[in-house]
Design a binder for this molecule. Structure first.
Ligand code: NAD
Ligand code: TYD
Length: 352
């Protein structure tokens, strides 16, 4: 194990963003040992990592970060030198239905990892990179962007739990000198995205001629970033970011939900050989999400100016690529939409 320059614990590596981060690090850094710890909740899927599971510098451990002895054991077993922490309960709608899982994984799980790192690391030659969200800043009006000095103002149980975890991470830096770095990213899209979130849910429903449930008037705004660009930002911040700092990640790409859903319908009409405008007929406005944040938009100039990071892919091209991935990976889609997804969908959308 000592042969590796770093032994990085990536938590939540079987999830949407985590699988992209694991793949990127395995390919780019053969001198790092990557240990992926994931509980494999409904959102975690080892199929996401099929192509790299036999890589010589990769280990998978099924484990729950809420279980402190499990976390400690992994730190000892692999002599962990660094952490990239992505494991989380990540869906706002689920957090409204049941906040406690969010407190356990996002807050208690994060503190367990911080404690293990504090106990194991005796000097500052380590990095604890905490991956977070722009949702901690709350909701914007028509003007302005979130920057790193925007006061925290979380409004959903999900964002409240992430904000709390961010505060603990910063507290461990100030109180114990733990070498932390943090990133707060806007909404991601791309392959392997679980179809409870807007873009993969709409792609799935369009394909199967099911209603497209747009919350409220569809005028809420999200700022979308390709998941591979988020992974490249994490790579950049992990290696070059300043200790004790947070960096916002985003690509200045704001869309109202309704405009985005209409655009997806257009792409899908072409891909499925449907008449122009056919898929749009499926759009159904449904009861709004409780406490629905109006607008998110990220100012990533700190990351761009300090670390020279840039997003690489235009949204319009990325969406077409994403649709292609879903249409070409029907086995993956069938697997994740069978079983408990059906119950979830019924509970959330029937009679909405
Ligand atoms: P996801 O829900 O797709 O994946 C989460 C992963 O964490 C899953 O593999 C799941 O099995 C694992 N997990 C959950 N609870 C666990 C536990 N107790 N112990 C171990 N593993 C556990 O989430 P995602 O969209 O890939 O998000 C990853 C991270 O990035 C999260 O911290 C999220 O807050 C943050 N983030 C997400 C977005 C986005 O748009 N998806 C944007 C900004 C930040
Ligand atoms: P989502 O993908 O859940 O991400 P987040 O809430 O973390 O931003 O939702 C993105 C936007 O799409 C959000 O404004 C809620 C809206 N939305 C719908 O209109 N219908 C849906 O079925 C879903 C899942 C989301």
């Amino acid at each position: 194990m000592e042969a590796y320059n770093k032994r990085i614990l990536i938590t939540g590596g079987a999830g949407f963003i985590g699988s992209h981060v694991v793949r990127r690090f395995l390919k780019r850094y053969p001198d790092y040992l990557i240990i992926n710890v994931d509980k494999l909740t409904y959102a975690g899927n080892l199929e996401n990592l099929k192509d790299i599971e036999k890589a010589p510098n990769y280990c998978f451990e099924k484990g729950d970060i809420v279980d402190a002895p499990v976390v400690d054991e992994i730190f000892t077993k692999y002599q962990i030198t660094d952490v990239i922490h992505l494991a989380a309960e990540s869906h706002v709608d689920r957090s409204i239905e049941g906040p406690l899982d969010f407190v356990m994984t996002n807050v208690v799980g994060t503190v367990n990892l911080l404690e293990a790192a504090k106990k194991s690391w005796i000097d500052s030659a380590h990095v604890f990179h905490h991956v977070s969200t722009d949702e901690v800043y709350g909701s914007l009006g028509d003007e302005g962007l979130f920057n790193e000095s925007t006061p925290y103002d979380p409004r959903s149980p999900y964002s409240a739990s992430k904000a709390s975890s961010d505060h603990f991470v910063m507290a461990y830096f100030h109180t114990y000198d733990l070498p932390i770095k943090m990133s707060n990213c806007s909404n991601n899209y791309g392959s392997h995205h679980f179809p409870e979130k807007l873009i993969p849910l709409m792609i799935h429903n369009i394909q199967h001629n099911k209603p497209l449930p747009v919350y409220g008037k569809g005028d809420n705004i999200r700022d979308w970033l390709w998941v591979e660009d988020h992974a490249s930002a994490i790579d950049t911040i992990f290696h070059q970011g300043r200790v004790g700092e947070s960096y916002n990640v985003g690509g200045l790409n704001e869309w109202t939900n309704i405009k985005l859903v209409r655009f997806l319908c257009q792409i899908m009409d072409e891909k499925l050989g449907r008449e122009k405008g056919e898929s749009e007929k499926l759009i159904t406005f449904v009861t709004d999400r409780a406490g629905h944040d109006k607008r998110y938009a990220i100012d990533a100039s700190k990351l761009e100016n300090e670390l020279n990071w840039r997003p690489s892919l235009k949204f319009e091209e990325g969406l077409v690529q994403t649709v292609d991935w879903y249409l070409q990976n029907q086995d993956w889609v069938t697997k994740v939409t069978s079983g408990s997804y059906k119950e979830y969908y019924k509970k959330m959308y029937d009679n909405r």
